[in-house]
Design a protein around this ligand. Structure first.
Ligand code: SF4
Length: 346
């Protein structure tokens, strides 16, 4: 039997063709910010590992790769739909995947969509984010902080360019969410005001250096703690670690300490099950190292360098060698032999 899922799973697990990326700059997705002493957004250490081409210390999970591929196809679908339906949507796609480079902060990236609304004649940037069920529930009321930081960089870069060139400024940067699964009960329940259950958006603007997010209902929320100054300062800190080759401290934790969990408990940030566990531990005299709660930052759980980062020598990881392909010579010989035999039979 031709087992297509198994063939695809194996192909994703053991790719034979590799894309080699150089360091053209820090990514907009590497944006981070410190709010009330806590880092939000990307982890400097993770970006440092990437910059110096450390090999992932974790095994590849084909399930995540498949989700990423489905996400990419949603991007393509949406871009193509807008390009093909200008007359009915009244939206013109001015550019797709346009590159940008900021030499001051050494940021380089590509935007998803740059659009013109034919009804208002206003310009809009747009970043498409495809999300699974769990994440959908988290970004239905407000965007993910890392998405806010990334889109704030895009908008700031485009409007700085407009100012320099005397061009029309960009109205806002739209964060367009699409649910890959569509099964989250929150999507069905939450009145996000989109005619679609599985597609909704937020509009990001920058006012006096800080970010404002407006949802589809038209309600705005000021994020005075998220300023462009602080975002760019954080990029400068990361670049300093890269220049000095000094490993940045961990911005996140794979497992919170009991003190940290107590802090979350006191501020009501634990769920019901976790709260009950802490209460029982307190009743049991809160003996050190006996809480037994597995809780940490998701950034570490989905990081490519967790094992290396938590090893005794976190700088001593294996560096990736340049590889463009990995086709075993025997495989080629075997296939040639088969083809030759087949030809002989004809
Ligand atoms: S494991 Fe956590 S702290 Fe370490 S690099 Fe990854 S995200 Fe950062």
């Amino acid at each position: 039997m031709l087992n297509i899922p198994a063939r695809i799973y194996n192909a994703i697990s053991k790719p034979i063709i590799f894309n080699v990326k150089g360091n053209s700059g820090l990514y907009p997705a590497s944006a981070s910010i410190v709010i009330d002493g806590e880092v939000q957004g990307a982890c400097h250490r993770q970006d440092w590992y990437r910059w110096f081409k450390y090999k992932s210390s974790e095994s590849r999970n084909p399930e995540y790769s498949l989700s990423a591929m489905i996400g990419e196809s949603l991007h393509t679908f949406l871009s193509n739909y807008l390009k093909d339906n200008v007359h009915t949507t009244n939206i013109v796609t001015l550019s797709v995947e346009q590159s940008l480079f900021d030499s001051n902060h050494f940021i380089s990236g590509r935007i998803d969509l740059f659009l013109k609304d034919l009804i208002t004649n206003k310009l809009h940037g747009c970043d498409i984010k495809s999300v699974g069920d769990y994440k959908s529930g988290m970004v239905i009321e407000q965007p993910d902080t890392s998405h806010i930081l990334q889109c704030a960089v895009y908008l700031d870069q485009f409007n700085k360019s407009a100012l320099l060139n005397g061009a029309q400024p960009v109205e806002d940067w739209i964060i367009l969410y699409m649910s890959r699964d569509g099964g989250s009960y929150k999507l069905a329940k939450y009145p996000h005001s989109s005619p679609f259950k599985n597609m909704w958006q937020f509009s990001l603007t920058i006012v006096d250096d800080y970010v404002v997010i407006t949802n589809q209902i038209g309600n705005s929320k000021e994020y005075k703690e998220i300023t462009m100054t602080k975002i760019y300062e954080s990029y400068n800190v990361l670049m300093e670690f890269i220049k000095t080759k000094e490993l940045p401290p961990r911005d996140y934790a794979f497992q919170y300490s009991e003190e940290h969990i107590m802090g979350l408990f006191k501020s009501g940030k634990l769920n019901k099950t976790e709260t009950k566990l802490v209460q029982e531990w307190i009743v049991d005299k809160a003996k050190p190292n006996e809480l037994g709660m597995v809780k940490g930052d998701f950034q570490c759980k989905f990081c490519d360098y967790t094992t290396l980062c938590y090893s005794k020598n976190p700088k001593e990881g294996e560096k990736g060698k340049q590889a463009l392909y990995n086709i075993e010579p025997q495989t080629l010989v075997k296939k040639e032999t088969t083809i030759t035999k087949f030809n002989n039979l004809l």
